[in-house]
Design a protein around this ligand. Sequence first.
Ligand code: HEC
Length: 108
Amino acid sequence: MKHLLLLFLSLSLYAESTFITDMEYAAQLYKNPRGIGCHNCHGDFGKGKLIAKYKHKGIKRELRGPQIDDLPFDVFYEALSKGQKGMPRYYLTKKEVQALFLFLHQDN
Ligand code: HEC
């Protein structure tokens, strides 16, 4: 009986820690996509962000992560598959890209 109770307890604890909602998963992936988080360059919700200001040959320049919450899915997917200048290459699965897309297109 004691064993059964223990088993039940650990099962429910396990369930609690593994069953996160799709949106929780997507939010985590956006900040930790097996590499540097997207939010560092595209902002917390993909609205774009200033990454750095620098001078090149005496001319002031800015490096910006563009807004990415307004792209159609195929453009978003393409951009991540072929890689972008100034952005790490991630090798995400289609499911992962879909989760990120979902995260950026939630209503809030
Ligand atoms: C180190 C900074 C950096 C990080 C981290 C980063 N990006 Fe980017 N990303 C950029 C820059 C800079 C561009 C613009 C490239 C260009 O204009 O050629 C870009 C472009 C893009 C584009 C194409 C935008 C368009 O209008 O075509 C998408 C989509 C994108 N990033 C998604 C992501 C996602 C999703 C992540 C996380 C998995 C991510 N990026 C992480 C810097 C970053």
